[in-house]
Ligand binder design. Structure first.
Ligand code: AMP
Ligand code: MG
Length: 487
């Protein structure tokens, strides 16, 4: 276990130089105080969890203090936002403080979001509000606990610094961890500004640090692109299987590591709704829940375009062609598991599609349905769940197929089936209304609800005593919360 001043830095991205990032010091927020910290994320840096409560912790992650070895940098990138190319984005309100390596030899980027203005802030104030910082923190740690790859969050630091959005709010900072903060948009920036040498330098950096196994392939760049395609297909399959809606799948928010990244107006589905749009600013529904699948491919095509100096168009096209079949295979595998199957049958896809259609028509809670389906024998579970559906005939027909399918599994006892299903079907997810309750209390200075919710979400598959209220469908007010970008 380490104290805060014992972190070991090795700032590999900063060493790429000024063509890739700009030195900027964090702008402190007033009266920094700990809102919440993640013990699991602290463990990634070998940090003793007790240090979160010390004043220096809030000072470091509130921008007041800096390690001597840190080299805060605003990264330069561009990207496609809602389908249009924006030539200049970059870290407008976040800084890469440095890279720390832990005892296991892993490198972690320390990225401080809400750290003040940078040359890439455009019209923005460089700040993040408490509400969005809490949402990013909770989502990062909740996704990780669900087994969905994500950037991680070490802590949220609150303050008294006023920030103007639609109303006056308070500034906060969130410390984000990821093995890399390189986005698709980094490659796009050097491609569209026609800087082939720097683009090559970036590609070599990413290849050697993050995809070293690709260096052994005959075409390392192509192998890397293939790996990025595979990871994204798997990631988006997980989002779809668990009802996660990212909200702003712009290419500057897509990590080259295939992890969930830079989420603002995200949501987990309450009622199943394939057309659900979680981002209030997304008028066209470009990033609606079901569109995430083709948008994943669109984003990979944008990355492919930027990689044309290194890889032939034919090879890129062929590799892009892997995305949909890979997505389908992962998705179906996850849904089979969510339904309690250990074997594969040809009609499983149809069984899943029919179920989702029925859920859509009746507005059934996506998370609780699967959890309840594994609570008891298939026959008892479907008999109980039947009440949630409007189209009873349709549901009965599906239930008959499902029961017969479960019979054919013949894979162990009811008890094993229940265990298997509960291990993949969470009871607790980060519902928007739960986050909202925690945020409202935090805005009044009470952080206990954020901390409790975070605790519950770190064990999403485990029934926790006294936490029933976190496993409920939202009340009416909690179903239509409006969340938009840039908060
Ligand atoms: P996002 O929607 O958070 O992914 O941000 C898109 C771009 O806008 C990025 O370049 C951000 O750094 C920048 N940005 C968002 N909010 C702010 C802000 N309050 N101040 C400065 N830049 C911002
Ligand atoms: Mg972003």
């Amino acid at each position: 276990m380490k104290a805060l001043d014992e972190l070991t830095f090795d700032n590999r991205f900063a060493r790429l130089g000024d063509a890739f990032s700009t030195h900027v010091l964090p702008e402190p927020i007033d009266e920094p105080r700990l809102v919440v910290a993640s013990e699991a994320a602290m463990a990634l840096l070998d940090l003793d969890p007790a240090v979160a409560e010390t004043p220096v912790f809030a000072e470091l992650f509130g921008g007041h203090k800096l390690w001597a070895e840190a080299e805060p940098r605003a990264m330069i990138y561009s990207g496609h936002q809602f389908g249009s190319y924006n030539p200049q984005l970059g870290d407008g309100r976040g800084l890469l403080l440095g890279e720390v390596y832990n005892q296991a030899g892993e490198h972690w980027d320390l990225h401080l979001k809400g750290a003040g203005q940078t040359p890439y802030s455009r019209m923005g104030d460089g700040r993040a509000v408490l509400r969005s910082s809490i949402r990013e923190f909770l989502a990062s740690e909740a996704l990780h606990a669900l087994g969905i790859p994500s950037s991680r969050a070490l802590c949220v630091i609150g303050s008294t610094t006023p920030v103007w959005r639609e109303k006056q709010e308070r500034a906060a900072m969130v410390l984000r961890l990821a093995p890399s903060h390189v986005r698709f948009g980094h490659f796009e920036y050097f491609y569209y500004t026609k800087k082939p040498e720097q683009q090559k330098q970036l590609a070599e950096h990413v290849l050697s640090l993050h995809f070293p196994e690709c260096l052994e392939q005959p075409e390392p760049y192509l192998a890397m692109f293939r790996e990025i395609v595979e990871r994204n297909a798997e990631l988006i399959a997980k989002w779809q299987a668990y009802g996660f809606c990212h909200g702003v799948m712009n290419t500057d928010n897509m990590s080259i590591l295939g992890i969930t990244f830079d989420f603002g107006p995200f949501a987990f589905l309450d009622d199943f709704d394939a057309q659900f749009i979680c981002n209030h600013s997304d008028d066209q529904g470009r990033y609606s829940f079901s569109n995430q699948v083709p948008i994943g491919q669109w984003n990979l095509s944008a990355l492919a375009q930027a990689l044309t100096p290194f890889i032939s168009v034919e090879a890129l096209r062929e590799t892009l062609g892997l995305y949909l079949p890979l997505f389908q295979a992962h998705y179906l595998d996850l849904m089979r598991r969510r339904l309690g199957f250990t074997t594969a049958e040809d009609d499983d896809q149809k069984l899943v599609e029919r179920l989702l259609q029925l859920m859509q028509n009746s507005g059934v809670d996506y998370t609780l349905f699967f959890r309840r389906l594994g609570d008891e024998s298939a026959a008892l579970a479907v008999a109980r769940l039947r009440d949630d559906f409007v189209d009873l005939k349709g549901f009965d027909a599906w239930a008959d197929l499902y029961k017969a399918r479960v019979e054919r599994e013949a894979n162990g006892s009811e008890e094993l089936r229940r265990e298997r299903m509960h291990a993949v079907n969470p009871l607790y997810i980060l519902r928007n209304y739960l986050a909202q309750n925690a945020i409202q209390a935090a805005e009044l200075g009470d952080y206990s609800e954020v901390r409790r919710l975070h605790e519950v979400l770190t064990k999403p598959f485990e029934e926790q005593v006294g936490m029933e209220q976190y496993a409920q469908r939202p009340p009416d007010w909690g179903k239509h919360l409006e969340i938009s970008c840039s908060s």
